[in-house]
Design a protein around this ligand. Structure first.
Ligand code: SF4
Length: 84
């Protein structure tokens, strides 16, 4: 099984900081931007990462498998966005 990778698009991040509230093990918000503390996601923290991605109001946290191409990852994160 491939590792789960996590990224934050800091161009979109608004520093709210829900990700850190939901999953302090993986995210830190400083200076109005979120930073990923541990990537790939350590075993046992995948659900925490998923909850943080779901909590992000602007959808700038992307989760993807280690071997997944970047284009598919971006498309998946766009398609995951709830309708306005
Ligand atoms: S929840 Fe999203 S918008 Fe808020 S600080 Fe984290 S990454 Fe940025």
């Amino acid at each position: 099984m491939s590792a789960v990778r996590v990224t934050v698009d800091q161009e979109i991040c608004i520093g709210c900081p829900f990700c850190e509230s939901v999953c302090v093990e993986l995210f830190r918000v400083e200076g109005g931007l979120a930073f990923v503390l541990r990537d790939p996601v350590p075993p046992g923290l995948e659900e925490c990462a998923r909850e943080a991605a779901d909590a992000c109001p602007v959808g700038c946290i992307a989760l993807h498998a280690d071997d997944e191409p970047v284009e598919e990852r971006l498309l998946a994160s766009i398609l995951d966005e709830p309708a306005p």
